[in-house]
Design a protein around this ligand. Sequence first.
Ligand code: DAH
Length: 343
Amino acid sequence: MYYTIIKKLLGEILQEYIEKIESAKTLKALEEVRIEIFGKKGILAEQFVKMKTIPNEEKKEFAKNLNIQKAKLTALFDSKKTALIKAESIALMKEHAIDVTLFNGDSTSGSLHPINETMNKMIDYFVSMNFSLEEGPLVEDDFHNFEALNLPDFHPARDMQDTFFFNDKKLLRTHTSPVQIRTMLSQKPPIRMICPGTVFRRDFDITHTPMFHQIEGLVVEEGDSVSFSHLKYILEDFLKYMFGEVSVRFRPSFFPFTEPSTEVDISCIFCKGEGCRVCSHTGWLEILGAGMVDVNVFKAVGYKNVSGYAFGMGIERIAMLMHQIPDLRSMFEGDVRLLEQFR
Ligand code: DAH
C-alpha cells in the first residue's frame, strides 16, 4: 500500500523534473536542474533514502521502479545537454563569424618584382625545354670568372667587365658564365643547363646598376652533334616565346668563351622595325650574346671530343623592354609606388 502511494508521488515528482529538464534554456540552467535531480541532496538521493522506510516486501519493487525512473531522467538529461551544447556552439559561431566576402578597403596585396617575374618566365621556357637549373657562388675566384673562360690575365676583354675585387684574389662575379665552368667540372656531358642569378659590375647610369641579373645557358654533348643551328633554333623559339611575333637577327660578334660568337637582336617591339627612339632608329633591339663554346674553355675543364653552345643575357634589359621602364635604377630603389604598378 505504502509503495503505491509512493509510486504515485514519485510519478508526480518525476513529471515535474521532466518538465524542468525540458524547459532549461541554457547549459547553466540545465546544470542547476542536474544538481536538483542527481546531486548528493537531489530528489533521487532523497528517494533512495526513503527506501529505508519501505516495508521489506515492497523494497525490491520500489528500487526497481526508482532505477527505471532514474534511467529515464538520465536519458532525457543527456539528450537535452547534447542539444543545448549544439545550440550554444552554433550561436557562438554565429556571433563570432567572419564574413570573408566583406570588402576591406585597406587591404593591399604584394606582387612579384618585375625582375623576378621576367626571370620566372625565362626559367619556365628553358625548364620546359629540359634544361636543368644550376647555381654558383656570387663571390667567385679569378679562375672560374675569367681564366677558364678564355680570359687570361691581362686579356683586354677583361676591361669589358668592370670588376669589384676583394683583397684575397676573390671577386664578385661579373657574369653567370662561371657557372658553366663549375657545371662542366662537376658533371659529365650531356649537359643542358641554365643558370639565372645576380651579377656585379662597377657601373651606374640609366641602363646600368652595380648589381643586376643574368641568365646563362650551356649545352654540351659528346662528339660534334651540337651545331650552331641548334643554338639558332632554341634562341629564336625562346625570343618568340618572350616577345611574341618578332624577327630575330644574328650578328657576328666576339666573346672570348665562344667561337664563333654572335649577338642576337629582335625587331623593335615598339615600332615593329620602323625605327624609333627606343631602338635608336635602327629597328632592332639587342637582346643577348651567344656562340659555340670555345675549345679553350673545354680544355680548361678537361673536356675532349665534345661540342656545345652557350648563351647569356641580362634580365633587366628584357624586363625594361617588356614593361617600358625608362630608368633601370628605379627598379632597385624599393619604392613601393613603382612596384604597385606591377601588381
Ligand atoms: N657573359 C657574357 C656577358 O656577361 C654574356 C654571354 C655572352 C654569355 C655569350 C655567354 C655567351 O654564355 O655565349 O656579357
